[in-house]
Design a protein around this ligand. Structure first.
Ligand SMILES: Cc1cc2nc3c(=O)[nH]c(=O)nc-3n(C[C@H](O)[C@H](O)[C@H](O)COP(=O)(O)O)c2cc1C
Length: 382
């Protein structure tokens, strides 16, 4: 009964998807009012009405029909091997007397049916309306889809829950911060780029030239490095093509000043050869920011750390584009005369060269010692 319904009888349904026999009888009479029906057609009508939620078994329907027949509320007509039931006048009268209750049960069945349909659509990731009117911002469908996915998804492994939580957290912070979303796949791509950045020296570079726009991308990436107090101390000088003659002379002059006689000529020749051994050389400089009195704003270490970040960015971008390269920081690459030739006298410094070209060998595999030996976790106070 609907008056004073118990919690478990919401929608006129007992727990276990059952109608009380009284309500079932009224519903059957209401269906018979629409036309004569076979028992199985009644079952089907109830199933359709409740969108699959309420499917009485033949073991419930046929005894109810027999009872209604006994009461004189329904009459039976044999239709081949089946029985066809019809509403009688006393049946109609009984229905009219209980019309409100009957309609309430039918409404409840229909409502639970549409709720079931919504839930099912949500579980299937289909769009489900969560409000009235048009989906102006296009977000309603997404909201419902997400709700459906989260409702229907019960990850069986903790890693899967972590994965879903990670994706959603990253999307949430992107929305909050008003920046583009970084999805799992992007993170994987980034990690792959980091892990596959390799140092490949002169012997691993082809002599083919490298497009200037690729080098520009590398430099642009370098320029996005962090620096304390935004000093941006990184400086670059790029030598390529014929421009390498300038570098060859810088290298040659630097070695010649240290050697004499035949040695000097040989050294000059070697230095020149070196300059042409890479299609691109990027001289890496550090120019610290100075206070008005000429002293350093930040320490030299901090400025060097920022330059290292810039070179890492540059190298990552090179590797990501398939370009081989290496930061070289010995001998001529940090030579004082070369630095001065490049205009990087103290307090500026020349901190090396990045040689760069297309790889002439297979991409080498990297190797690292265990992280555990380099990390200590302090995550409790005991
Ligand atoms: C600041 C710095 C200076 C480097 N200088 C040299 C160098 O003078 N000669 C050299 O062969 N490699 C040099 N390298 C490259 C390292 O040898 C290389 O990074 C290391 O072996 C790890 O290999 P990977 O970069 O392929 O992971 C330098 C790397 C860094 C970060």
């Amino acid at each position: 009964m609907f008056g004073g319904r118990h919690r478990h009888e919401r929608h006129g349904l007992h727990s276990g998807r059952k109608l009380s026999s009284e309500n079932l009888q009224l519903v059957i009479l209401a269906l018979l009012e629409k036309g004569g029906s076979h028992g199985y057609e009644l079952i089907k009508s109830l199933e359709d009405l409740s969108d699959g939620f309420y499917v009485p078994s033949p073991g419930m329907i046929y005894p109810a029909l027999t009872y209604l027949e006994e009461l004189g509320y329904a009459e039976v007509e044999v239709d081949g091997s089946k029985k066809r039931y019809r509403l009688t006048s006393p049946g109609l009268q009984h229905l009219n007397e209980n019309r409100t209750q009957t309609e309430q049960v039918l409404r409840d069945l229909e409502q639970i049916g549409s709720r079931m349909a919504d839930a099912r659509r949500a579980l299937e990731g289909e769009e489900q309306e969560d409000g009235e009117g048009p989906d102006v911002d296009g977000l309603r469908g997404i909201r419902n889809e997400l709700r459906g996915i989260l409702r229907g998804r019960r990850p069986d492994r903790p890693e899967e829950s972590d994965r879903i939580a990670g994706i959603l957290r990253s999307a949430i912070s992107a929305i909050r911060e008003g920046r583009p979303a970084r999805f799992e796949s992007d993170v994987d791509v980034l990690f792959h780029a980091i892990q596959n950045r390799r140092s490949m020296g002169l012997s691993k570079l082809r002599s083919d030239p490298v497009d200037r726009n690729l080098i520009e991308r590398m430099l642009e990436s370098a320029n996005w490095a962090p620096s304390n107090e935004d000093t941006e101390p990184w400086r670059f000088a790029v030598f390529s093509g014929e421009g390498r003659k300038v570098l060859a002379d810088l290298f040659a002059d630097a070695v010649q000043s240290k050697s004499g006689g035949d040695d000097a000529a040989l050294a000059r020749e070697g230095a020149t050869k070196r300059a042409y051994a890479s299609p691109v050389w990027i001289a890496i400089g550090m120019t610290p920011k100075l206070k008005e009195d000429g002293s350093l704003l930040m320490t030299e270490e901090e400025e060097l750390m920022a330059v290292a970040c810039a070179v890492q960015n540059l190298h990552l971008m090179a590797s990501a584009m398939g370009l081989a390269g290496m930061w070289h920081s010995k001998g001529l690459s940090v030579n004082k005369a070369v630095a001065e030739g490049l205009g990087w006298s103290a307090p500026s410094r020349l901190v090396g060269f990045f040689m760069c070209g297309w790889p002439s060998t297979a991409w080498p595999a990297g190797e690292r010692g265990p992280l555990a030996e380099k990390v200590r976790w302090i995550d409790s106070c005991r």
